[in-house]
Design a protein around this ligand. Structure first.
Ligand code: 5RP
Length: 222
């Protein structure tokens, strides 16, 4: 199977997984990226089984609406039964690096509200130690240089993702060269830097379930 086929395989597995959780009045959380897009496309087939969705990006909201799935503002929603999203890296503790698609802040917010966070990924995303994928950090534009200098002090090599503006009007710094052995600690330290909106470590709110697509099928970790 190609990587795209692996992503499709896990998108289908996620549909099977959420079918056991959703009810006609359920709101589900939907992530961002190519794997999440495949999930959204498959979600269309079961759209009569839940009420609607909260999206973690404008792009996902548009894709959901294109399939006739109602998109809710998070502020009008009491409960999200399950949040399904991809990842750039996942370790054995189900801590993640996310934000390759620049949607990390809204992803983290929706994940925090969700009762269950199901991460869907192909096997290339599974790692022993997080950090080979550059860690995205969303910053208030005027703080970009300050945050960059602070990231150097934390051992990283920051690179401005030039030309990218997030859905929140901010900028992204990708931090290379980190070997993240304590994701909870680093997540908290980076979030303490003034001007950081959030960073792409999902450790304090890690995934609850990882559906990992392999050549031998989809493996479930929790
Ligand atoms: C977007 C994300 C994505 O989940 C992550 O980048 C994985 O994307 P893909 O499914 O395209 O590999 O965090 O901000």
């Amino acid at each position: 199977m190609t990587q795209d086929e692996l992503k499709h395989q896990v998108a289908l597995a996620a549909i099977d997984y959420i079918k056991t959780l959703i009810k006609p009045d359920s709101i589900i959380g939907v992530g961002t990226g190519s794997t999440a897009n495949l999930f959204i496309d498959e979600l269309a087939a079961v759209k009569d089984k839940f009420q609607g969705a909260v999206a973690s990006s404008d792009a996902s909201a548009e894709r959901l609406k294109g399939h006739g799935i109602e998109v809710f503002d998070l502020n009008s929603v009491d409960e999200i039964v399950v949040y399904v999203d991809g990842a750039d890296e996942a370790n054995k503790s189900l801590c993640l690096i996310k934000g390759g698609g620049a949607a990390l802040t809204q992803e983290k917010i929706v994940a925090q509200v969700a009762k269950q966070f199901v991460c869907i990924a192909d096997e290339s995303k599974a790692v022993e130690i997080l950090g080979a994928f550059p860690l995205p950090v969303e910053v208030i534009p005027m703080a970009r240089a300050l945050v960059g200098r602070e990231m150097v002090k934390l051992g990283g090599d920051p690179v401005w993702r030039e030309g990218v503006v997030t859905d929140n009007g901010n900028q992204i710094i990708d931090v290379h060269g980190l070997k993240i052995t304590n994701p909870e600690d680093l997540e908290a330290k980076i979030n303490m830097i003034p001007g950081v909106v959030t960073n792409g470590l999902f450790a304090h709110r890690a995934a609850d379930v990882l559906l990992l697509s392999t050549q031998e099928g989809v493996k479930t970790y929790s």
